[in-house]
Design a binder for this molecule. Structure first.
Ligand code: SF4
Ligand code: SF4
Length: 423
């Protein structure tokens, strides 16, 4: 861990001493990577079984002072990124070479952020691969989020810029990337040459309104939230040490429902209003047409998704944004609950009530409650990460996509009255 801490400090030197630039960042990243890999080896690879023990005894995973320190550093980084990017200038310049090679122009603070984000998903993805190496589902799922972050959310958008196109993120679409279906964005995309714009608009609309319902019908929201999405990818990799911090109280669930669905409703309303306004040539909203989008981008996109959603990982868990703020999660959740084959079946007779499943459910679902009663878990919030099944010592839980018939049927429990051991 010392190597990791020193690596972070060395990597940040260019903020104070810009001349240290590329050398300091290279040395810092190398030390951080080497220290992390060594830690993964000691903590996980040397043990023959899944090592989840002690998370409530270590300061960094139980809201101790180190957790607060990490939260303050992460939050501070987001504040600088969104509102004071010039402070990061010393960190941005060492990335000019990579940016020039990938997209033929100097780096900016968003390129720096994309590089850090992708690095975090890849490095902590290795950790997840090592930690969950006994689970085929977790291995494939982790490789999937690493692939989509690296290729779809980092390499492809910058290659688009290299070939004079827009910086387009293929793995994000409406309502998460709400502006992709706003009339202004669509009009700009359609100006692209040789059918590129038509393809991008077609891609966005098809993914949002055709592929999403179909894939969610067959696989539940997990196909996106736990396999493709960059926010989910960061949560499942860098956020994995904090998944047990999710609030499981009924109050948290009430807040979740009261916040996330209105946000989704606001996106639907805004999209409709903007299209009507566009049709009426600006007569409906006038100068306010861009106001709400800016307001939403500031409060939800910046403060909620970035500062709180990621910055507070060590304090509130790794899925705060997905649970309480993401309109895509709300959309997928409604489809999953009412129009999907997905459920987690529970073989209740095998459950020993250890509570591992509830402890490591990052969405705050009391999985054990369902397991004890043999009830299938069909919850809008469930992102299908499969962690409840992975940590269950009795093989009680199974993620399934069978036919919808009998979806809510409970499994047969063995009632004590039926045990006639001494008859
Ligand atoms: S119920 Fe299981 S699969 Fe669903 S979010 Fe919780 S841990 Fe993941
Ligand atoms: S982890 Fe498995 S055995 Fe333990 S409470 Fe959950 S379902 Fe039951």
């Amino acid at each position: 861990m010392l190597l990791v801490v020193v690596g972070v400090i060395v990597g940040l030197i260019p903020m104070a001493v810009p001349a240290a630039g590329l050398i300091a960042v290279s040395v810092g990243v190398s030390m951080l990577t080497a220290g992390s890999l060594w830690y993964f080896y000691l903590r996980f690879l040397r043990r023959p079984h899944l090592a989840n023990t002690g998370v409530w005894l270590q300061k960094q995973t139980s809201r101790g002072w180190t957790a607060w320190l990490v939260a303050i550093l992460l939050t501070g980084f987001y504040v600088l990124l969104y509102w004071f990017p010039w402070v990061l200038e010393g960190l941005i310049r060492p990335f000019d070479g990579l940016s020039g090679w990938m997209r033929n122009k100097p780096a900016d603070h968003w390129f720096l952020y994309g590089a850090f984000y992708t690095f975090a998903v890849l490095l902590m993805g290795v950790r997840a691969l090592v930690k969950y190496r006994h689970s085929r589902y977790q291995i494939i799922r982790t490789i999937s989020v690493m692939f989509f972050q690296l290729v779809f959310a980092f390499i492809l958008p910058h290659l688009m810029v290299l070939f004079q196109g827009p910086e387009f993120y293929f793995s994000y679409f409406w309502p998460l990337k709400y502006e992709y279906l706003f009339p202004g964005t669509v009009a700009n995309l359609l100006k692209q040459p040789i059918g590129t714009g038509v393809f991008l608009v077609f891609w966005s609309a098809t993914l949002s309104f055709v592929a999403t319902p179909i894939l969610t019908y067959f696989y539940g929201k997990r196909w996106y939230c736990s396999w493709v999405c960059g926010c989910g990818g960061l949560a499942e990799t860098a956020g994995d040490p904090y998944r047990h911090l999710a609030d499981r109280s009924r109050k948290a669930w009430r807040i979740e429902v009261a916040v996330v669905y209105p946000i989704f409703g606001a996106i639907i309303l805004l999209t409709i209003l903007l299209w009507v306004n566009s049709y009426l040539k600006g007569d409906l909203l006038g100068q306010f047409s861009g106001g709400f989008a800016q307001w939403y981008g500031f409060f939800i996109g910046s403060i909620f998704a970035g500062v709180i959603g990621v910055g507070f990982y060590p304090l509130l868990g790794n899925r705060v944004w997905c649970r309480f703020g993401c309109p895509m999660a709300a959309y997928l959740g409604l489809l999953q609950k009412h129009f999907s084959r997905f459920r987690i079946t529970t073989n209740g007779g095998q459950c020993i009530s250890c509570g591992n499943c509830s402890t490591y459910c990052e969405m705050g679902i009391d999985v054990r409650h369902y397991a004890q009663q043999g009830q299938p878990i069909i919850r809008a919030a469930c992102v299908g990460c499969g962690m409840c099944a992975t940590v269950c010592p009795r093989g009680v839980l199974k993620l399934e996509n069978g036919p919808r018939e009998g979806r809510y049927n409970a499994s047969q429990l063995i009632h004590p009255d039926n045990l006639r051991i001494l008859s």
